[in-house]
Design a protein around this ligand. Structure first.
Ligand SMILES: Cc1cc2nc3c(=O)[nH]c(=O)nc-3n(C[C@H](O)[C@H](O)[C@H](O)COP(=O)(O)O)c2cc1C
Length: 171
């Protein structure tokens, strides 16, 4: 798929068939995440790939806006590591990991998969829940849990283009 098609066709997919996503495609998503830009190329990220059904169900039960995890084939938890970021700043780590997350979401679309960012950071309860469930160390910030699966086709892209949001030359 052409890059622009993938960008414009991408949508949050919350309806999955329940079929399995091949391992090779999941590996490609992780590669896409790591291809993202980061401040001073510090790459302050690590990823947890979850395919265990009980773990996915626990996320569905405990993360308030992640019910779709129960039918997802996998989840990628994008983790930010401020210690590794430019100037060891949390802000850079979160920004860099957001770029990695968007790469994963677009790559999923390009591979014919469905994906949705479900929020962990900045909610303290969700961060603590995920840390406990997946053994994430204290100095690592779980940014999001990206649900991944085979889309049913129910979710469709939205047209969000608003010319009035663009300023030319000056505000
Ligand atoms: C920071 C962030 C947090 C989000 N959190 C959730 C979430 O917890 N659960 C969910 O179903 N969608 C979540 N989303 C997806 C948004 O709801 C979605 O991107 C938005 O409605 C626009 O729809 P689209 O992705 O289909 O274009 C999140 C997206 C972002 C960027």
């Amino acid at each position: 798929m052409d890059a622009l098609d993938a960008i414009f066709q991408r949508k949050s997919v919350r309806n999955f068939t329940g079929e399995e996503v091949p391992k090779e495609k999941l590996e490609l998503l992780l590669r896409a995440g790591m291809a993202a830009p980061s401040a001073v190329n510090m790459q302050p990220w690590e990823f947890i790939l979850v395919t265990n059904k009980e773990t996915l169900q626990s996320m569905a039960d405990n993360l308030p806006y992640a019910k779709m995890m129960s039918k997802a084939s996998a989840c990628i938890l994008v983790c930010a590591i401020p210690e590794l970021a430019h100037r060891k700043l949390k802000d850079y780590a979160i920004i860099d990991c957001s770029c990695a997350s968007q790469n994963i979401l677009i790559a999923a679309e390009a591979l014919g998969l469905g994906a949705v960012w479900t929020a962990v950071f900045p909610n303290i309860d969700r961060i603590e829940f995920v840390r406990k469930l997946l053994g994430v160390p204290k100095d690592v910030i779980p940014l999001n849990a990206i649900a991944i699966g085979i889309p049913t086709g129910e979710d469709q892209p939205k047209d969000k283009y608003k010319p009035e949001k663009i300023h030319y030359e000056k505000w």
